[in-house]
Design a protein around this ligand. Sequence first.
Ligand SMILES: [Zn+2]
Length: 216
Amino acid sequence: MKRSGRSSALLDLLFPRRCPFCGTVGIRDSLCLKCRDTLPYTGDLQEEDRGFARCAAPLYYEDGVRKAVLDLKFHGKLGGLDCFGELMAQCAARQFAGEFDTVTWVPVSRRRGKQRGFDQAQLLAEAAAGHWQVRPVPTLVKTVDNPAQSSLEGAEKRRANVLGVYEPVGENIYGHRILLIDDVLTTGATLAECVRVLREAGAAEVLCLTLARVRA
Ligand SMILES: [Zn+2]
């Protein structure tokens, strides 16, 4: 996404754009040319069937991508959202065009949201859905403030940790074809649990989209 016109020239002067992946300052696009060419793209393997749902991601969770996600999540660096949204929107358009009518996200608990001041998956959903002139809607609440998945080793522990911590909310589940957005797909335990809850609440379809996934 390019900034254009006089006001954006001023904006560039006041807030020089920074590549979200490597930190290079003063770039013209939403990422630097080097990263554009060298990011760990999933390429022809954007989509995977994980058993619980079809999951798509434009990037592997490595190197600069990992740093960018951690910067967003734990340091509140929101400057990369344009870029992330664009990559995710392109990925969904390629893998899931015409297959969803509702965009939603994997929420953090109210307590975590309050501590952090934002919900990174919601911001990613808004950034991606903005490309389709759609507003993401909440369909899940996280009712239990469980330990972070990243603090747990092993698929079994991660599955147990998220079991029953999400509840369905709102009018946008039953009969809807849902695109569920999160930041990273690791073991898939969180997404699998959210998909289960949405299906039980009557979703006609659930597809998953993340910015990045761990390489199998
Ligand atoms: Zn870069």
